[in-house]
Design a protein around this ligand. Structure first.
Ligand code: C2E
Ligand code: MG
Ligand code: MG
Ligand code: MG
Length: 301
């Protein structure tokens, strides 16, 4: 019987192993397939951008927009950036794709500034991956794109994550200081989800700190979660950083964040990421420039 049990365990182990490798193989071939399709996506013009407003918590005025990459392969459904960006990073394709994002986002904002739809103080935030930061031509690419599109360095904000910094701290900290010296603003994205958040607050030349959505989700829950959030806002303000809360979905969350003096918010409660045309509609609809949903009914004049 002992022999039998041993035999069973071995069989099972082997089966598990086979199952495991099959799944890994499936995953690997899926990302190879994605990679092959990504290689032609730029040329085939399958990418476009959505923009999500960032608004001042008190006035509801738009202070910036975050550019978010979208990919729709010919005749197929949208593929989430959570799925294709890691593949593009792994394959090094994020460098040319990211350059396209920068150029597209900068020229769009410049058009909005020129047409008077947005005030010149409104910035464009663009996500940058560590592969782009490591690339030797980043600074010259940035200079060239600003020149081409006419955007001022101070109107561009680059979002980086702690995880990206951690991958190559010495190099990344250096390059971020050069970007800062150009007058471009830097934003720390997904704050609180990395390993040594406080250390990076000390080391990096930051303008903006974006509190990760998971902290905002917890509002209305435990006292401890709220205390942490309150302290992050307080700390950022003391460090002269602009605080953006990500993923605000409810009035309750907005109320909490205004009560604790969080400068600005971004999230579905204000607007989902939208195409350029739909951003224009949103701005035209709110002529007074206040993008906060109405709490009380408006008295007609
Ligand atoms: P992220 O930079 O942290 O962007 C915020 C994400 O949260 C976006 O997801 C946005 O649609 C989503 N979001 C905003 N408000 C809410 C909300 O109220 N509720 C919920 N549930 N979600 C909200 P998205 O567009 O799918 O992008 C995911 C991630 O992909 C981004 O996270 C960023 O890390 C990456 N990404 C997107 N575009 C680019 C790009 O051009 N370059 C690079 N390197 N990464 C990008
Ligand atoms: Mg971001
Ligand atoms: Mg984020
Ligand atoms: Mg993220």
């Amino acid at each position: 019987r002992a022999d039998m049990a041993m035999y069973r365990a071995k069989e099972q182990g082997r089966n598990n192993f086979q199952f495991y490798t099959a799944e890994l193989q499936q995953q690997a071939s899926k990302s190879i397939e994605l990679e092959n399709r990504l290689r032609h996506a730029l040329q085939r013009k399958e990418f476009f951008l959505h923009y999500q407003p960032q608004v001042d918590t008190n006035s509801g005025q738009i202070i910036g927009l975050e550019a978010l990459l979208r990919w729709q392969p010919d005749g197929q459904a949208l593929i989430s950036p959570e799925e294709f960006i890691p593949v593009a990073e792994e394959a090094g394709l994020i460098v040319p794709i990211g350059e396209w994002v920068l150029r597209e986002a900068c020229s769009q904002l410049h058009r909005w500034h020129r047409s008077g739809l947005l005030s010149p103080t409104v910035k464009m935030a663009v996500n940058l991956s560590v592969r782009q930061l490591e690339h030797t031509s980043l600074l010259s690419t940035l200079t060239q794109i600003l020149q081409e599109t006419g955007l001022k360095p101070s109107q561009l904000e680059l979002e980086i994550t702690e995880t990206a910094v951690m991958k190559d701290p010495d190099l990344v900290v250096n390059i971020l200081h050069s970007i800062h010296a150009m007058g471009i603003q830097l934003s720390l994205d997904d704050f609180g989800t990395g390993y040594s958040s406080l250390r990076y607050l000390k080391l990096l030349p930051l303008h903006v700190l974006k509190i990760d959505r998971s902290f905002i989700n917890d509002i209305g829950g435990k006292q401890r979660d709220q205390a942490i959030l309150e302290s992050i806002i307080y700390l950022s303000r003391n460090l002269d950083l602009t605080v953006v809360a990500e993923g605000v979905e409810t009035q309750e969350q907005l109320d909490f964040l205004s009560r604790f003096n969080c400068h600005s918010i971004q999230g579905y409660y204000i607007s989902k990421p939208k195409s350029a045309a739909n951003i224009e509609k949103l701005l035209h609809k709110n002529k007074d420039g206040n993008l906060l949903p109405m709490k009380t009914s408006v008295i007609p004049d």
